[in-house]
Design a protein. Structure first.
Length: 177
């Protein structure tokens, strides 16, 4: 299976990317082809809602969205990786998802498998529900098939994340594919 990992953290060595690296390790050990796009550090611009693309054409922006689009359209699975900022995904990942608009028709027709990997500082029950609901709605709208989530709570530092169960959860999810 060809897997594209979309990292949405501005912290290259942060907790969410640590969890992603464990998922990747497991997926590679299971024999999958994994590529990583550091979306948070790519040249991206927000969707203008201009509809010039018609949901199935060229976007008015000339940026790295073409790299993401091509990778997504060639993949069997996408992995959304994000820290939790104010109970939602990072702006960097949200911008990537908003730009799906220019190829919604092609992308939703793929019935792509997806995974959500998150890391939040807080360790309480209400830190993840908004992000989970957003992800689930995205899956329904885009005809994605959710294959699992790693919702890392209490992962505010690398040390806390490494000492939690979440790196192993991410690894096991990758291995199970």
């Amino acid at each position: 299976m060809k897997i594209t990992v979309l990292q949405g953290s501005p912290h290259k060595n942060g907790s969410s990317n640590l969890l992603a690296s464990e998922f990747i390790r497991g997926a590679k050990e299971a024999g999958h082809d994994v590529s990583v796009l550091d979306a948070a550090h790519m040249d991206m611009h927000p969707c203008l809602g201009c509809s010039r693309c018609g949901m199935n054409g060229e976007c008015v922006h000339r940026d790295d969205n073409t790299i993401i689009r091509d990778a997504m359209l060639q993949s069997d699975m996408a992995v959304f990786v994000t820290p939790i900022y104010y109970f939602g995904m990072s702006a960097q990942l949200k911008m990537v998802i908003d730009r799906f608009y220019s190829y919604t028709t092609r992308l939703s027709g793929k019935k792509l498998k997806t995974v959500l990997i998150t890391a939040a500082w807080d360790d309480n029950d209400d830190v993840m529900p908004c992000t989970v609901k957003h992800y689930e709605k995205l899956c329904r709208y885009m005809n994605f098939r959710d294959c699992g989530m790693v919702l890392g709570r209490g992962c505010g530092t690398l040390e806390a994340t490494k000492g939690s169960r979440y790196p192993n959860d991410a690894y096991q999810l990758g291995r199970s594919l």
